[in-house]
Design a binder for this molecule. Structure first.
Ligand SMILES: Cc1cc2nc3c(=O)[nH]c(=O)nc-3n(C[C@H](O)[C@H](O)[C@H](O)COP(=O)(O)O)c2cc1C
Length: 203
């Protein structure tokens, strides 16, 4: 029998039980019922400092993520990503892009690149995409408008790439700020469950 798929969700919403967290919970619950092992990390609960742009973490070659000079929760977060077969990256769209806490996490992913001084740009340490990713985003605007005017899914997909994950699905929830505690629509719940079931199966 296959070992269960290990799924890690990284949530960049500021609201507990907001639309993003509830959508992620639907995905994880469906994945869990389909046999996956799941875990959710909410970034606001973590101690995550801003990248200092020192680029210490990018100087040494190799496929191990570079070591950051900052001593906070990023190291353990990346260890959890390393153990995962699949990841979920989730963020509301704020001011046209991912939330500041998700952006902080994404900037810290510079350690996933080799970029010594003198090199023109960063080179991915893990260009192969051995993991799978699902992206979850939400907006006050209708989904189609938000996707045209903002870059939240682009930012999340690029983060997934940096973590060695190929995006296999996106759940975008438009019109997500009509009520303080808005319910997920039936359509979104069905899509979330399908994504969970898809993630729970090995490649
Ligand atoms: C500071 C702030 C900025 C926002 N910016 C946008 C935006 O640019 N476009 C948009 O469609 N919705 C915007 N929204 C609405 C959020 O996307 C919406 O509240 C969120 O998707 C709900 O997710 P949550 O329930 O997990 O908090 C903004 C909300 C806040 C509080």
């Amino acid at each position: 029998m296959d070992t269960p798929v290990n799924i890690l969700a990284i949530v960049g919403s500021y609201r507990k039980a907001g639309i993003i967290e509830r959508a992620v919970d639907e995905i994880l619950s469906a994945a869990g019922k389909a046999g996956a092992v799941t875990r959710k990390i909410t970034l606001i609960d973590k101690n995550l400092a801003f990248c200092t742009n020192c680029r210490s973490c990018t100087q040494v070659a190799g496929d191990h993520f570079g070591v950051c000079v900052l001593d906070d929760d990023m190291t353990s977060l990346l260890q959890e990503v390393n153990h995962a077969d699949a990841i979920i990256l989730a963020s509301p769209m704020n001011a046209g892009t991912v939330t500041a806490v998700m952006k902080t996490f994404i900037e810290r992913l510079v350690c996933t690149a080799y970029w010594p001084w003198g090199a023109p740009g960063p080179k991915a340490r893990r260009p192969e995409k051995s993991k799978r990713a699902v992206l979850v985003a939400s907006s006050a605007a209708p989904g189609i408008i938000a996707r045209l005017t903002g870059d939240v899914t682009k930012r999340l997909e690029s983060a997934a790439n940096m973590l060695g994950a190929k995006t296999i699905g996106t759940l975008f929830i438009g019109l997500a700020a009509q009520q303080q505690h808005q319910e997920l629509s039936k359509r979104i719940i069905i899509k979330a469950r399908k994504l969970g079931q898809k993630l729970a199966v090995h490649n």
